[in-house]
Design a protein around this ligand. Structure first.
Ligand SMILES: Nc1nc2c(ncn2[C@@H]2O[C@H](COP(=O)(O)OP(=O)(O)O[C@H]3O[C@H](CO)[C@@H](O)[C@H](O)[C@@H]3O)[C@@H](O)[C@H]2O)c(=O)[nH]1
Ligand SMILES: [Mg+2]
Length: 194
């Protein structure tokens, strides 16, 4: 039995479709005791995304980005956000997209990437499924400055830090982005011995 057998959509209303899409849906859900219950939920749909940790095993370094994130700022975070490179898929496959996004944001051209897991980052409200990758880089792979697309408002700084420095930035509060914490912890467990 599929979960679809326990969900009956009754009404979908579009609340906003300016940049991304916010909908409100009324549906009936069959509870675990078999009874049907009507509920209403808002869903924010920005499509799916991909993110990557670039690592140099020999030099024990990783590449991170730093940029202004307005939603974090309005939530009281008064600093630029340190993150793994990431982008929305825009109808492309996750692997192809993350390579392109890596080059755009960091200037590194990466040949081979490895998908390590997928995760919903805010499953109670945001529809996005995020694809997580890791990939090896070397200093010679940097073919441009990166920085993102300025006319889209991107102003991305590229950081190269050691894995130990990056991991220490989690308890210190310098890294507060979920996907970045997940990939650094993956790297500590599976890529580097720390
Ligand atoms: N005009 C306008 N532009 C927007 C808006 N929201 C985002 N943008 C722009 O849309 C572009 C999206 O850039 P990407 O690099 O593709 O996505 P991202 O914002 O880095 O998102 C990645 O990180 C997110 C946060 O961790 C992830 O949620 C997402 O999956 C993705 O991986 C950026 O230029 C951003 O400024 C908006 O409401 N209005
Ligand atoms: Mg991005």
């Amino acid at each position: 039995m599929s979960l679809a057998d326990r969900v009956r959509i009754e009404e979908v209303s579009l609340l906003s479709d300016d940049w991304y899409v916010l909908k409100k849906t009324r549906f009936a859900f069959q509870r675990s005791n078999g009874e049907w219950q009507v509920q209403s939920r808002e869903t924010y749909d920005r499509g799916n995304g991909a993110t990557i940790l670039l690592y140099d095993r020999a030099r024990r370094t990783v590449i991170l980005t730093r940029q202004f994130r307005f939603p974090a700022f309005v939530s009281g975070y008064d600093d630029l956000m340190i993150e793994t490179p990431a982008g929305l898929l825009d109808k492309m496959g996750p692997e192809e997209r993350i390579k392109e996004e890596t080059q755009e944001e960091t200037g590194y051209r990466i040949g081979k990437v490895e998908k390590v897991f997928e995760a919903f980052m805010s499953p109670g409200s945001v529809t996005e499924r995020l694809y997580f990758f890791v990939g090896e880089y070397e200093p010679k792979d940097r073919i441009s400055d990166g920085g993102g697309v300025a006319n889209e408002g991107e102003d991305i700084e590229v950081m190269e830090v050691t894995i130990d420095e990056a991991l220490a930035m989690i308890p210190s509060g310098e890294i507060v982005d979920g996907k970045t914490i997940m990939l650094l912890q993956h790297a500590a467990l599976r890529i580097f011995r720390v």
